[in-house]
Design a protein around this ligand. Structure first.
Ligand code: FEC
Length: 309
């Protein structure tokens, strides 16, 4: 019988319903409950996207599709995918424990985020590794896959398709802005690869899509006393409107792979409102979600990691 290999798929996690927002937010804040105002503000953002939590279903579908893709390709092993979430159930520790309960002794971990930062993917890996070691699972990890050719190709296709939907406008008239989740500025001193990897992805997608008129901006920065990486997308929209008289913008959130709050609220509601106020036309590329090309990318990097070990 072929050996069962666990594939531990990690993602950010989202509440299951509006009642769980407080528990979720408290977890993000490392056990410190949010103030009533902070809780209300976050709850309102979820309500604004329809009181829905699409990240949960998207992650479930991505995990299922990856398992299918791996088992279609595999001859030697049987792959069983498990989920571990950063801030919701099943938490990373719970997912690893489930693998141990099911008798998995070897596993590969991968995060549903292509770019490595010690503060993001590094944190997921640390938690999974610690639990795997305690439970005797031999687990290695994919750290990043931000330049996988199929990832670049599928993002470039999205940029081209959305650019075409601007109609008769020439490519030079539409400013393409690649975005990703901001992080505290201190990551620069830590020589963290996050920023460079994001710029590399953006550059590769722009080249493949054949566009010169592009730039990068950060989004979704936290409201803390410490500075976060900028420029922020909302400031960039103002700047390019005032200084360059740009009227059409296409946002491609390369740092995210799914529809969720940071895309459906921060871009589709918040950035759209700013664009409207400035008289700009703003469109966004579709999220990867379960695009078969993305599933291929994930399967490739998991198999390569298994081979490397
Ligand atoms: O749809 C959903 O329910 C979840 C959307 C969601 C995703 C996401 C991804 C990333 N985050 C990253 C960094 C931080 C840091 C903090 C932080 C805080 C929040 C809050 C919410 C939230 N994040 Fe998130 N993030 C999502 C949602 N994030 C809600 C709390 C309120 C707020 O600040 O808006 C600050 C707290 C801390 O220090 O931990 C830092 C990064 C990513 C992309 C990589 C990944 O997916 O892991 C980086 C999706």
């Amino acid at each position: 019988m072929s050996k069962k290999i666990g594939v531990f798929v990690m993602s950010y996690g989202t509440p299951a319903n509006l009642e769980q927002v407080e528990e979720y937010y408290t977890h993000i804040r490392r056990g410190n409950p949010p103030s009533p105002e902070q809780l209300e503000e976050l709850t309102e953002r979820y309500e604004a996207i329809g009181g829905l939590f699409p990240l949960r279903e998207n992650t479930n579908k991505q995990v299922q599709a990856l398992e299918q893709e791996l088992n279609q390709r595999a001859t030697e092993h049987q792959f069983v995918c498990y989920q571990g979430l950063k801030h919701a159930h099943p938490l990373i520790e719970e997912g690893v424990s489930q693998m141990a309960t099911d008798g998995i002794t070897q596993a590969v971990g991968v995060v549903l985020a292509p770019h490595y930062s010690l503060m993001s993917v590094g944190g997921y890996i640390k938690r999974a590794k610690e639990t795997a070691e305690q439970l005797g699972i031999d687990m290695s990890f994919v750290k990043s896959y931000h330049l996988h050719p199929d990832l670049i190709q599928t993002l470039a296709e999205r940029v081209k398709t959305t650019l075409a939907s601007f109609g008769d406008l020439t490519r030079e008239q539409v400013r393409v802005i690649f975005t990703a989740h901001s992080l505290p500025e201190k990551i620069i001193e830590m020589k963290d690869p996050y920023q460079d990897q994001l710029l590399e992805t953006s550059k590769a997608v722009a080249e493949q899509a054949g566009i010169d008129n592009w730039q990068f901006a950060w989004q979704s920065a936290g409201q803390t006393a410490t500075p976060w990486l900028g420029p922020d997308i909302l400031d960039v929209l103002h700047t390019i409107h005032i200084e360059e008289q740009i009227k059409q913008v296409l946002i491609c959130p390369v740092g995210f792979v799914s529809d969720h709050l940071e895309v459906l609220y921060d871009i589709d509601i918040e950035c759209q409102a700013t664009a409207k106020e400035l008289g700009m036309q703003l469109k966004r590329t579709e999220s990867l979600n379960t695009d078969p090309q993305y599933m291929k990318v994930l399967a490739d990097v998991v198999l390569a990691e298994l081979e490397r070990k």
